[in-house]
Design a protein around this ligand. Sequence first.
Ligand code: GDP
Ligand code: IMO
Ligand code: MG
Length: 432
Amino acid sequence: MPNNVVVLGTQWGDEGKGKIADLLTVNADIVVRSQGGNNAGHTLVVGDKKVVVRLVPSGILHSSSLCLIGSGVVVSPEALFGEIAELKASGITDAESRIKISAASSLLLPIHVAIDKASELKRGKNAIGTTGRGIGPCYEDKIARRGLRVGDLYDMEVFKEKLQALLDYRNFTLKHYFGAEEVSFDSILEGIMQVRERLLAMVADVSAILADARKSGKKILFEGAQGTFLDIDYGTYPYVTSSNTVAGGCCTGSGAGPRHIEYVLGICKAYTTRVGGGPFPTELNDELGEHIRKVGAEFGAVTGRPRRVGWYDAVAMRRAVDINSLSGLALMKIDVLDDLDELKICTAYRLEDGSESLLPPLAAYEYSKVTPIYETMPGWKSSTVGITKFEDLPQNAQAYIRRLEQLAGVPVAIISTGPEREQTIMVQNPMA
Ligand code: GDP
Ligand code: IMO
Ligand code: MG
């Protein structure tokens, strides 16, 4: 059985990664986040309790698991400690001692939030629809080599110097390009000083912990954030997030070597959703879309925004299977489709010259030239909520799942029939 398993989104995020990561953590010693930040919103439902984690790995509900935040993550101290307080309020009192953060992870500061918001305003109708959490600007600073890292907090003289240089640059842009309010050095420094000691107590060498864990045969779960089509390289650019959300990102963002990943589980909904702007070929802008949004409670876990809803897209999935080297799929929210008379699956895109494409384009503007080609399957019109055995599913639901499996070319390992842990068909547990 694999020891090192990746769980990642294969669509535009919110596929149900949190539920599956939490579920698989029963068999994991360590859960790692490698990219993204508090733009993620992973919902965990246990009994009548609902917990949403953003920056903290979903393994936090399991008291024996160690939760790691790798170098590829952008860490907002304010968001982190806010989340730890929320966890405490819901009865998880030892979160702070079980979270370890890489010294090389980037510090996300209020200046990044200010730039994110100002930049979205400036874009006007072409706004990306970001979560407004400062994610993009923080990654910009990292790549431009002017960013601050968690490890910079060890030497406050160096930290202050770097912060001043960052603010000189960023505030100039804020004021003179965006026409927005500057963010003061003192306010940032004060915020940092309030949490510095606590944050430093959480710093650890994440890649070394992973190497030791691997050598001693421990089980490691890599928890992706966002989804394949929000990837900075392979997503619907520029309507993407600013990190590598694909499987490769979990190596660069945690320090685990590629040869050590043994299983990649792709999480996908039995339909598709997307939050924010950008192309979405199978989108349903009608009553049916409204119905699925309502039944599936498709409202953002971070921003509360209504999610756009559409049919399952097997064209996009083909690319997701290849670039993530998926081993298996977790097919989520099958229960949301229970009432439908019929279901459509997009199997190819029609191009302007009449030809068909089996793979999606690589840039947003090219999507205006594609029209989805659908095949139709009958609905099952009965409840699948909470079903735990494949053979108990209605015949038409079984046929729908088998067809999606056939189109993806990888086995469906998990089928989810409700938000709770128990509402799951475990065809083959990737981690047990
Ligand atoms: P993530 O960001 O990928 O972790 O996904 P989110 O938590 O943002 O969104 C998934 C939503 O679907 C959450 O509210 C989950 O509780 C819910 N969910 C997960 N699996 C199922 C399922 O099989 N059926 C239903 N009805 N809801 C589910
Ligand atoms: P989880 O992990 C869905 C989207 C935003 C926007 C784009 C860029 O819960 O699946 P950003 O703030 O990252 O610069 O926004 O990416 N986005 C998500 N959509 N789920 C997420 O995370 C997302 N994180 C970012 O809506 O379109
Ligand atoms: Mg989410």
